[in-house]
Design a protein around this ligand. Structure first.
Ligand SMILES: [Zn+2]
Length: 475
């Protein structure tokens, strides 16, 4: 393989080439937008899911799994939701040779699969809160250009659905989800910004939607997840009702939290470089790759030493791979850099004779240490590597944002523009026209910029109830 395209000037070309060269996916499957998870890609996906499971379960959520097929009668119960998804669903209309009496929808998301059952589970205030999640495949007939991990038709989907007693409890669940995502993103060394979407861009059926956005260069952003507050918008049509301790009857307030393999695409996009993928240690399929360099002379045995080190490191739960293929050492280094292994240990004749280990991390930093303390030395280097990765990503993240005071400044912007906005849709549409992109919405929490005093709307100059809004060109 030759050199990769320039990530900065040809991001999409770079991205598509790097994920295939690193063998994270095989896009030759004969259905558009449905890709094959390769062994290496699947390992990364399992590590990623493990982080999601750990953090969501720490907030009191239980795993469930609902069927993939939804009767059209249930799917049609919430009007806005069906309108939002109608053009994207796959239908199952036949069972064998017979037409089905009630056509079935292949789940695009699971509200309409879960909520008829939630109405049976939630009867009393003692049944609340109900916090459950599932990690399943969902299907959407995507009409835009599909790209592995970023926009696909078969989505590897994490979805939490909850029922709460009232609006405040549901708002608190949204905050809890934001806290859980902060920990997930921390494990992926991934800076992001939570943004409340404008009314015209919220999830179909939601009271409000908070998206989790990341900059991917040149003023573009990628939405890597979302959290929604539904109020009673679904509990009413689905009859999710409970009896309070005083005997009165109430509809539950609901929330959802969705993530997908887009996170994997984001990790590649944010950390990757001219040599290939750069995995944070939390999701690297192999955190440590050991390359033994067979000795032509002497009694030292680098392969045996490499296997011994691997055994020791695996005992601490570390993911270790020993590359004993017959490729040349230089080719192995190149291969594992392309695939993003955080730490490479090289064991040659000198190391075997002296009882030392030579290490190179994926950021190119080299060191040598005694074999005796290999566990502690490796852990220290991985922690230091993750810190450096976070710092590097945070620096680029901060540089991706800039204020704009006039609509004229938005044209051809290569940064995400932070503008003052009255909150009105006509002005929002003017801003979108000026940047040739989207108003992402209003940031939830501090901006990655020096604070500024509020001022007039960039589009209408109104000074009433202004908010900061982010405008960008979504990827
Ligand atoms: Zn305005």
């Amino acid at each position: 393989m030759g050199e990769l395209p320039d990530k900065r000037t040809a991001f999409i070309e770079w991205y598509l080439e790097v994920i295939e060269a690193a063998q994270l996916t095989d896009k030759r499957y004969p259905v558009k937008g449905m890709n094959v998870w390769t062994p290496y890609g699947f390992r990364a996906r399992r590590c990623l899911d493990a982080v999601l499971i750990r953090e969501i379960e720490a907030t009191g959520s239980d795993a469930v799994e609902f069927p993939a097929l939804i009767p059209s009668t249930e799917f049609a119960k919430e009007a806005e939701h069906i309108q939002g998804f109608n053009a994207q669903v796959y239908w199952v209309t036949k069972g064998g040779l017979a037409e089905l009496d009630i056509p079935l929808v292949l789940r695009p998301t699971s509200e309409t699969a879960m909520y008829p059952i939630f109405s049976l589970w939630v009867r009393s205030h003692r049944d609340l809160p109900l916090n459950v999640y599932q990690i399943v495949n969902t299907f959407r007939y995507e009409t835009k250009t599909t790209r592995p991990f970023m926009r696909v038709r078969e989505i590897h989907f994490f979805e939490e659905h909850t029922c709460q007693a009232n609006e405040d409890d549901a708002t608190a669940r949204v905050a809890s989800n934001l806290g859980a995502f902060a920990k997930m993103a921390g494990a992926f060394d991934l800076p992001y910004i939570p943004v409340r979407r404008p009314e015209w861009d919220k999830f179909a059926g939601a009271f409000y939607s908070i998206a989790l956005d990341i900059p991917v260069g040149e003023g573009r952003t990628l939405q890597i997840g979302s959290i929604h507050h539904y109020r009673e918008n679904f509990s009413r049509p689905y009859g999710i009702q409970y009896e309070a301790s005083d005997g009165s009857s109430h509809f539950a307030h609901q929330t959802t939290f969705g993530l997908s393999e887009r996170l994997l695409g984001a990790i590649v996009a944010v950390h990757g470089d001219a040599k290939g993928v750069v995995f944070p240690s939390a999701i690297a399929p192999h955190q440590i790759v050991i390359v033994p360099i067979p000795a032509a002379v002497g009694t030292a045995d680098p392969i045996a030493m490499a296997q011994g080190i691997a055994t020791r490191l695996r005992q601490g739960g570390r993911r270790v791979h020993v590359d004993t293929s017959d490729a040349r050492p230089g080719a192995k280094y190149y291969f594992w850099e392309l695939r993003g292994a955080p730490l490479r240990l090289e064991i040659g004749r000198r190391e075997a004779e002296q009882g030392t280990v030579s290490a190179t991390d994926r950021l190119g930093r080299k060191s040598t240490f005694p074999l005796e303390h290999v566990e502690a030395e490796v852990d220290r280097r991985l922690a230091d590597y993750d810190r450096a990765l976070t710092e590097q990503a945070t620096e680029r993240f901060r540089a991706s944002f800039a204020y704009a005071d006039t609509l004229a400044e938005l044209a051809g912007s290569t940064q995400i523009r932070v503008v003052r906005w009255c909150g009105g849709e006509p002005c929002g549409r003017k801003i979108e026209g000026a940047i040739d992109g989207s108003v992402l919405g209003t940031p939830e929490g501090p901006l990655p910029l020096e604070p500024r005093a509020p001022g007039p709307c960039i589009a209408c100059a109104s000074i009433e109830s202004g908010v900061w809004a982010l405008a960008s060109r979504p990827l």
